[in-house]
Write a protein that binds this ligand. Sequence first.
Ligand SMILES: *Cc1c(COP(=O)(O)O)cnc(C)c1O
Length: 370
Amino acid sequence: MIPFLDLKSVNMRRAAELENAFARVLESGWYIRGREVEAFEQEFAGYCGAAHCVGVANGLDALVLVLRAYKQLGKLKDGDEVIVPANTYIATILAITANNLTPVLAEPDDRTFNLDAAGVKEKMTSNTRAVMPVHLYGQTADMAGINALAKDKGLLVIEDAAQAHGAHDGNNTDPRRAGSLGDAAGFSFYPGKNLGALGDGGAVTTNDDALADAVRTLGNYGSREKYVNLYQGVNSRLDEVQAALLRVKLKYLDDEIAERREVANFYLSRIHNPHITLPLVRDPQAHVWHLFVIRHPNRDALQKALNQKGIQTLIHYPIPPHKQQAYAAWNGLSLPVTERIHEQVLSLPLWPGMTEDQQSAVVEAVNHAA
Ligand SMILES: *Cc1c(COP(=O)(O)O)cnc(C)c1O
């Protein structure tokens, strides 16, 4: 069986260093808001090209706290409209509704799966205050176009970068990466993400001093100074153990992205099945291949055939947010591009360290499927 993701092998390659990092925290006697988190925040901010990084408990909280902080700073208020791609993972939308803001679902570009300026423009009203592009599957959204439009209209741009640690904006001469391509960004360090902890974790990155301070304060009970509470905050912090482990993983992130690119290039050059649409790559040096997503008009049959040949695949995602029971009021909306994407996408196995035999077996099975 070829699994969709062999996470154990990904982490076992760093076993000795991860164990050392854990031992360092154990022996420090200090487990929350200490030196490991501080060091990781600096290292990850530097990696992204952002001035600030604030560790939080998970990726959803990162997005929730960015929006909450903007409300606290008076830049957003209840009912403001936030444009978001309709085909995103539900967390992006939960962050908006959790803040009493109004998500406005925009259709993505059918080839890149990502939001672009035209899609944003179509959904703009006099109540639009922010855009949340999602760098889906590891490829950045059209940030140049979206930023130009946002600047013109005075909108905040908040990246959902949960799938795009290390991704560039399709222009390799620009050193900035996802996390510094808008006003603020939310990251997830869920174990299966490209930069994954051994548990939950997340971060906000931004160049905005006031926003970074508000996010940090909100995530620590609304307190900047112990027992002095400025806001009705929450407890959402990255802990020392996860930060220490992430510092090890961050050192290898660029190498692992290169390995992911090799697997993706292997698939791109060898999959020849007339029924399959391969992913469109805007810039081969920019995409970080969190997922390798193909399309097939009869996706469920393809998934079944691959499964019978011992190839595990996943669907990202089987049900679009507007068809979920959680958002029952939207169930009647018609978003044909998004709905077709959800019917047709299939994610192939891909992880750093995947062997060439495993990659060949995937190609073979995909090319022989109907
Ligand atoms: C994983 C993910 C999140 C949420 O991150 P968690 O750490 O699981 O809360 C948000 N947005 C996208 C696009 C994701 O893939």
